[in-house]
Design a protein around this ligand. Structure first.
Ligand code: MN
Length: 225
């Protein structure tokens, strides 16, 4: 989990904001996340344990992020998810704010094939500071995500989920990369041909079988390989 934070900061997905969590390996009703700090500064000692209602298990532990409700709500709704990334991944925001859906550009972003939902907090909660800072916000976001791996958040960022840390980190990195490629393709002569759902499924199997290789490289680049 520490490596995931450092890797996503190093790859330009997380900056001073954003966070990664993992479901507790021994207790599926809890998750692990850092105390509130920039992802590049996360340490093993700074990890804290939360319930799926995002209450701190140890009331004396340093406070975690204001938006940790994102994580608890998704773990509650999605037993298949073991790692959640929330970022403000810069190239994704235009797709969250416009009518152009985010699509899968390449085989490594095959998980985006099909529908990428967009969560607009205003729909249910009116004007806010856009933050997901209670369980009602978190549950609404999880409902919008449904059974998909990624949801965009209008005016804010995105959430990326997966069955493991390696897969979620891969998806968070390639959500950003694919968004950049889609904007580039839109400057060229169309129509653009995307990875379709049948291709996406096969690409996802390929990625699941090879996720260790890029993960090792990304860890090495932050001195953890
Ligand atoms: Mn946020």
């Amino acid at each position: 989990l520490v490596a995931a934070n450092l890797v996503l900061a190093n790859e330009g997905v997380l900056d001073g904001f954003g966070h990664v969590s993992m479901r507790h390996p021994e207790n599926p009703e809890r998750y692990l996340i850092s105390r509130s700090t920039a992802p590049a500064s996360v340490t093993r000692d700074g990890l804290v344990e939360c319930t799926l209602d995002s209450e701190m298990v140890d009331p004396n532990a340093p406070a975690s992020y204001l938006e940790r409700y994102i994580h608890g709500a998704i773990y509650k709704a999605r037993p298949d998810v073991n790692c959640v990334v929330h970022s403000h991944s810069p190239t994704v925001i235009p797709f969250a704010n416009s009518k152009t859906p985010l699509r899968a550009m390449g085989h490594v972003s095959g998980f985006l094939a099909g529908h990428v939902p967009v969560f607009d907090i205003k729909d249910q909660f009116g004007p806010t500071d856009m933050l997901v800072k209670n369980n009602d916000h978190g549950d609404a976001l999880a409902q919008c995500l449904g059974d998909r791996p990624v949801a965009l958040m209008r005016g804010h960022g995105n959430v990326v989920t997966g069955p493991s840390i390696q897969i979620s980190v891969h998806r968070a990195i390639y959500t950003e990369v694919s968004a950049r490629q889609q904007l580039q393709a839109q400057a060229l002569e169309g129509p653009i041909t995307y990875i379709d759902e049948a291709e996406g499924e096969q690409c996802n199997e390929m990625i699941a079988a090879t996720s260790e290789r890029p993960w090792k490289l990304w860890k090495k680049k932050v001195g953890m390989g």
